[in-house]
Design a binder for this molecule. Structure first.
Ligand code: FRU
Length: 504
């Protein structure tokens, strides 16, 4: 949501910057009634250089208000790269001066000519103004390298970035996870300032198709297991060779004792979080309120392959996904743990039900919407191997432009095709089709449930209550508003179909 000039592609219920460039979400934190969204931001041009931390706040995760830049680089060759924010409730840093607000502590990567180290800044006024810690770095790249040598070409530079911090209750300590490029490293501290390296994970686990970035470690208490242990999910963004091409996110499931992460799946297992092309660098919020212990993730809705070529410039480049609640389920059809993702319930407050169908035979139809920001929900019955369903969104009147979502029973596969979605020629492998295989649930039960959020330049698809998701940018040229449904094979029934319009 943006109080910014409207444009044909400007998202309504998704965050985009009023001007210029954004990439990763940073420092996601809830404090004193506000959700904070910081982000990688170049406030001067729509290109990914000269990184700052931009800042927006929201009372409900959907309507965002942009605030002034939070953290600026010292000069134009320094970058303030990705990192996280925590609330120092017990004043372990000693930065707190008055009792009315707690320090917000930002820990981020300071980058200069590929040299990367971890720095700290703090805010004593609810994130409005930030002071850099006077003894940065708090985690140097190599302990034994002098300041003068840091910028010399003699030193090998490896990725060493994207610190994500959380409080670990069992060991009463702060834990920090960062990426070393082809693995992650876990650090521990009692005061957020002095950190010790505890362990590394991942050299031989999961996908290594590209540089590892933006790790996050999340706890899921398992009430059903004996002695109420937790399972932990380690999110890792992989810069290249994800299933839809280019950047994507993988995750590991395991245990964490405050020192080490143990993968409970075979090391060659690869779990992808989203099968679309535009879902990257996602991290979760710190200090989420409520007893239900929601875990909420926001990702950057783009892909490093073409992020710098997106056609919304010169106005802006980059937007965030809808905040998603994450749940860890044991999938009874694969017998594996699996992350389920659903849009946060706060989104529903901005929607109004437009039409609903119940218990009808599904037949070919065109719904004329005259709107381009809505949610489309459908639950179908009697799906078999012979089923083929095509749903075209943002279709124009002569049917030459659309984005197609299909279910192909024969392959038990969801396909998303954006080859005719409008502006596509800014990158060669942008106008293609993406596929995602489903588990056996749909063919065993005959039930398929799809939830789509269409927001001008994007489509977010959640399948079977969020078991599988696919996220994609689209840039329609025409103002096509039709939803065109066609079905093939045999009789299928609609359990329900509903359209919800969004307005802010
Ligand atoms: C991920 C990333 C991070 C880095 C930031 C720089 O998209 O490459 O690893 O900190 O972007 O903007």
């Amino acid at each position: 949501a943006n109080r910014v000039p409207s444009h044909q592609h400007r998202p309504l219920v998704h965050f985009s910057p009023s001007k210029n460039w954004i990439n990763d979400p940073n420092g996601l934190v809830f404090y004193d009634g506000e959700w904070h969204l910081f982000y990688q931001h170049n406030p001067h041009t729509p290109m990914s250089v000269n990184m700052h931390w931009g800042h927006s706040v929201s009372e409900d995760l959907i309507a965002w208000t942009e605030l002034p830049i939070a953290i600026e680089p010292e000069d134009d060759v320094v970058g303030i790269w990705s990192g996280s924010v925590v609330i120092d409730w017990k004043n372990t840093t000693g930065f707190q001066k008055n009792m009315s607000t707690h320090p917000m502590i930002a820990i981020y990567t300071w980058q200069k000519q590929r040299w990367q180290e971890q720095h700290m800044a703090y805010s004593l006024d609810r994130g409005r103004t930030w002071t850099k810690y006077s003894s940065n770095p708090i985690i140097p790249m190599y302990n034994n390298v002098s300041a003068a040598d840091r910028l010399s070409d003699q030193v090998v530079r490896r990725p060493f970035r994207d610190p994500k911090v959380f409080y670990h209750i069992l060991t009463s300590s702060w834990i920090l996870v960062l990426t070393g490029g082809d693995h992650v490293q876990f650090y521990r501290s009692s005061d957020l300032i002095h950190w010790s390296l505890m362990s590394r994970f991942g050299l031989t686990d999961g996908s290594h198709g590209g540089t590892w970035e933006c790790p996050d470690l999340i706890e899921f208490p398992q009430r059903t297991l004996k002695n109420r242990t937790s399972l932990w999910v380690l999110l890792v963004s992989v810069q290249r060779n994800a299933p839809a091409g280019g950047s994507g996110m993988q995750y590991f499931i395991g245990t964490f004792d405050g020192n080490e992460f143990h993968n409970i799946q075979p090391p060659e297992t690869i779990n992808w979080l989203d099968y679309g092309p535009d879902f990257y660098a996602g991290i979760t919020f710190h200090n989420i309120p409520g007893y239900d212990r929601r875990q909420i993730l926001i990702s950057w809705m783009s892909n490093w392959q073409y992020a710098n070529s997106l056609p919304t410039a010169p106005l802006w480049r980059g937007q965030m996904t809808i905040p998603r609640q994450l749940q860890l389920d044991l999938n009874s059809y694969t017998n594996r743990y699996h992350l389920r993702q659903t849009p946060v319930q706060e989104l529903i407050r901005y929607s109004k039900r437009l039409i609903t169908y119940y218990h009808e035979k599904l037949s070919n139809m065109v719904l004329n919407m005259s709107r381009d920001v809505y949610m489309f929900n459908i639950e179908l019955h009697k799906i078999t191997k012979a089923t083929t369903i095509h749903l075209k969104f943002r279709e124009n009147s002569d049917k030459s432009e659309y984005t197609q979502v299909s279910y192909i029973g024969e392959k038990n596969q969801i396909e998303l095709d954006r080859s005719r979605s409008g502006l596509t020629d800014f990158y060669s492998s942008y106008p293609v089709q993406f596929n995602m295989n489903l588990d056996r649930e749909t063919l065993i039960t005959g039930r398929l449930q799809l939830q789509l959020i269409i927001d001008r330049c994007s489509i977010e698809l959640f399948v079977n209550e969020g078991k599988y998701t696919m996220t994609s940018l689209i840039f329609p040229k025409d103002s096509g508003y039709q939803i065109d449904i066609s079905v093939d094979g045999h009789e299928i029934f609609i359990n329900y179909l509903e359209l919800m319009l969004f307005s802010l």
